[in-house]
Design a protein around this ligand. Structure first.
Ligand code: NAD
Length: 362
């Protein structure tokens, strides 16, 4: 089994899919590991560290894609990488296919075994490979939102925590899952007024218990959304229906009622976004302004903190990567139902039911 680790090419991406420590474990389990030159550099890992861990350093992405049985990545393949996908090859990475039919077609035509980090499922609604990146994105959403609220960045000039004698900023978080709960934690920690909305009363109950009234919890329905968002300085979109395209829970009409210079951070943009009409941005140009409101919709926010994100991601992927390195793909998939739930495309078919529904294959 040859595991290939290409350098990520998405704009501003700084993560790498394998640390030297995980590389050492895979090599000890019998795998050959090929790492593209400088793949770990922006996460703080040198080629020398990978070499010392038993990897071979390949000079180009072509070498990696050409030789690997399993390509281990962070982000979905970009159009520049489509030509490198080979029949029978396996790819283990974030795919977000529900919002990317073009990539889905490529994986099907090239008969790639596409295993998506985000649908690996240990049951009870727990997606262990999505969770750490959602936690990071949730925390970053408040940091990023506070930055763009600053006057010099076109924002309304509201300090989220306020100071004595002034109103703190109002942060409205839609979705109280992993990313939403972590956004709530950061916003509350900064002293903002925080409102969180979800459809799941258990999530709201947990937040209510934790913050004992310091955070307002509300059922997510059109009336509550409209009322709260009209008064929001910072709106965080953090909803998810696993595998599916994000539901558009906030309409343009509601956004129009926000004060000029307010900020939206749509974390769910990787699944298409939960704000009507929002379009993806990049680390190069992270925001645009529409209806006077600043929109931030970067699909790879954790790349802002490449070191932390790489460590958090690989500690979650490690059990699955090590299992594949030890047993090979067929046995690993047969033995591990959580990993099997990650399979999105196989032998030219979309096999994940939620993704198939979203793409119109079922
Ligand atoms: N932009 C990025 O860089 C980045 C990074 C990590 C994760 N994400 C994305 O963030 C999104 C959220 O992920 P998560 O791990 O927090 O998901 P999660 O499953 O933990 O939480 C999602 C929450 O949304 C709620 N929800 C569903 N429909 C709703 C509605 N109509 N109104 C209110 N709440 C609703 C669910 O009940 C759930 O509590 C996903 O799309 C994920 O891929 C993006």
């Amino acid at each position: 089994m040859t595991i290939g680790v290409p350098r990520e090419i998405k704009i501003g991406e700084t993560r790498v899919s394998l640390t030297p420590s995980l590389c050492r474990r895979c090599v000890a389990l019998g795998a050959t590991v090929l790492v593209e030159k400088s793949a770990g550099q922006s996460a703080g890992f040198t080629d020398a560290e990978y070499r010392a861990a038993g990897a071979r350093i390949a000079p180009s992405a072509a070498r990696i894609w050409g030789a690997a049985d399993l390509v281990l990545k962070v982000k979905e393949p970009l159009p520049a990488e489509y030509g490198r996908l080979r029949k029978g090859q396996a790819l283990f990475t974030y795919l977000h296919l529900a919002a990317n039919s073009r990539l889905a077609t490529q994986l099907l035509e090239r008969r790639v075994l596409g295993i998506a980090y985000e649908t690996v499922d240990v049951g009870n609604g727990v997606f262990p490979l999505l969770k750490p990146m959602s936690q990071i994105a949730g925390r970053l959403a408040i940091q990023v939102g506070a930055y763009f609220l600053q006057s010099q960045h076109g924002g309304s000039g509201v300090l989220l925590g306020g100071v004595p004698g002034t109103m703190p900023g109002h942060v409205v978080v839609v979705g109280a899952g992993n990313s939403g709960a972590h956004a709530v934690q950061m916003a509350a920690g900064m002293g903002a007024r925080v409102t969180v909305l979800d459809l799941d009363t258990r999530k709201l109950e947990a937040i209510d218990m934790e913050y004992r009234g310091r955070v307002v919890t509300l059922m997510s329905n059109p009336a509550n959304l409209e009322h709260e968002i009209a008064d929001a300085d910072l709106l965080i979109g953090a909803v998810l229906i696993p595998g599916a395209k994000a539901p558009q829970v906030v309409s343009r009409a509601v956004i129009k009622r926000m004060r000029p210079g307010s900020v939206i951070v749509d974390i769910a943009i990787d699944q298409g976004g939960c704000i009507e009409g929002i379009r993806p941005t990049s680390h190069q140009e992270p925001v645009y302004t529409e209806q006077g409101v600043i929109h931030y919709a970067v699909p790879n926010m954790p790349a802002l903190v490449g070191r932390t994100s790489t460590l958090a991601l690989t500690q979650a992927t490690e059990p699955y990567v090590a299992l594949i390195a030890e047993k090979g793909l067929t046995r690993a998939l047969a033995e591990n139902p959580a990993l099997t739930a990650g399979v999105n495309t196989q032998a030219g078919r979309v096999v994940c039911p939620a993704v198939a529904r979203a793409l119109g294959y079922s």
